[in-house]
Design a protein around this ligand. Structure first.
Ligand code: ATP
Length: 195
C-alpha cells in the first residue's frame, strides 16, 4: 500500500483537501487529531507533559489545554522539540497500527508538520497544499476566532511554502480563485497509476 503524506501551512486547506480524497474512498490518518487524543488518554504521555509543562497543561476535565500549550511552544523552540519527542513516536506507532487495517490502493497521512518532523521520509509520496499567507490568515482568524498576530506567530514556526513545494511530489493550489477538486482528481489518478 502506498503511503502519501499531505501537509500545508496553517489554514492552507489540508483538511479540506483530505475531505475530497475521502470522498474518493481514500482513508485519511489525521496525525494532529491522533496526537491530541493521545495527549488526552495515554497515561505515560500525560505524566511526561505534566513534568515538562506543569499541571496547568491539562484542564480540570483532564483534557489537554491546547491553547495554553500552543501559547508556550509557539514561543519556545526547545520546548516544542521536547513536546515532539514525547508525542511523535506514539503517533507513529498509532499510524503503523492503523495502516495494517486499511485496504486501499493508497492512504493519506495528514500532518501540519510533515516536513518539519522529517516524517515525510517514511512516506512514498507527499503532497503540499499551498495558499497565500493573507488568505490563510483570514481563513484561520474566521475559523478559530483568533487574532491576526496569533496566526502570524504560528506561521512563523512552520516551514515556508517554497521549501514545502521543493520537498513535495505534488502541489495543490488552494487560493480563492483555484479549484481543488480537479487538482485532487488528477493527483489521485497519478498515485493509483503508480501503485
Ligand atoms: P490547520 O492547519 O489550521 O488545521 P488546514 O490546512 O487543515 O488548517 P482547513 O481547516 O482545511 O485548513 O481550512 C481552513 C479554513 O479555511 C476552514 O474554515 C476552511 O473551511 C476554509 N477554506 C479552505 N479552503 C478554502 C477555499 N478554497 N476558499 C475559502 N475557504 C476555504
Amino acid at each position: 500500500m502506498i503511503k502519501v503524506g499531505i501537509t500545508g501551512g496553517i489554514g492552507s486547506g489540508k483538511s479540506t483537501a483530505c475531505k475530497v480524497f475521502s470522498l474518493l474512498g481514500i482513508p485519511v490518518f489525521e496525525a494532529d487529531i491522533v496526537a491530541k487524543q493521545l495527549m488526552n488518554t495515554d497515561p505515560e504521555i500525560r505524566s511526561k507533559l505534566i513534568d515538562l509543562f506543569g499541571t496547568s497543561v491539562y484542564l480540570p476535565v483532564h483534557t489537554i489545554d491546547r491553547k495554553y500549550l500552543a501559547g508556550i511552544v509557539f514561543n519556545n523552540a526547545s520546548l516544542l522539540t521536547q513536546l515532539s519527542k514525547i508525542v511523535h513516536p506514539e503517533v507513529h506507532k498509532s499510524f503503523e497500527n492503523w495502516c495494517r487495517n486499511q485496504q486501499s490502493p493508497y492512504i493519506l497521512h495528514e500532518s501540519a508538520i510533515l516536513f518539519e518532523t522529517g516524517f515525510y521520509k517514511l512516506m512514498d509520496k507527499s503532497i503540499a497544499v499551498i495558499a497565500n499567507e493573507n488568505q490563510r490568515i483570514e481563513r484561520v482568524m474566521k475559523r478559530d476566532k483568533i487574532t491576526h498576530e496569533l496566526v502570524k506567530q504560528r506561521i512563523k514556526n512552520q516551514l515556508n511554502d517554497e521549501e514545502k513545494i521543493k520537498l513535495a511530489d505534488f502541489v495543490i493550489g488552494n487560493n480563492d480563485h483555484e479549484l481543488i477538486i480537479p487538482q485532487i482528481v488528477e493527483i489521485d489518478k497519478k498515485i493509483r497509476a503508480n501503485g
